[in-house]
Ligand binder design. Structure first.
Ligand SMILES: [Zn+2]
Length: 109
């Protein structure tokens, strides 16, 4: 698959201070555009662990894994105490509030 190199080297090559080859195995999953978000993931997991995990993952699940690594890294940056759990808990709380509001609207009609 052709790599998505629009603006520059991939995040992993930037972190490792390497030249990013055209056929870089990570440029599809961590493109230059995600470099700010990748920084959080790098702080949480470390690039060597990210590389190891990505190489072990089945080919068809690598995009999902890369997205998960980025989202988890950002969750821990935004909420250093609860991380991804805090993000899920906030969404669950919002769902409960919206359900209560919807129930209230249904009772009025
Ligand atoms: Zn690269």
């Amino acid at each position: 698959m052709e790599a998505l190199r629009k603006n520059g080297p991939c995040c992993i090559c930037i972190t490792k201070n390497k030249n990013c080859p055209k056929n870089c195995e990570f440029s599809e999953y961590f493109p230059y555009e995600l470099k700010d978000q990748y920084e959080s993931a790098n702080n949480l997991f470390g690039t060597p662990n990210i590389i190891k995990t990505m190489r072990r993952a089945p080919e068809k699940e690598k995009q999902m894994l890369a997205t998960s690594i980025i989202v988890e890294g950002n969750a821990w940056t935004k909420d250093p105490v609860r991380g991804g759990f805090g993000m899920v808990r906030n969404l669950m709380w919002k769902t409960v509030l919206h359900k209560a509001y919807l129930h209230e609207l249904e009772e009025k009609n």
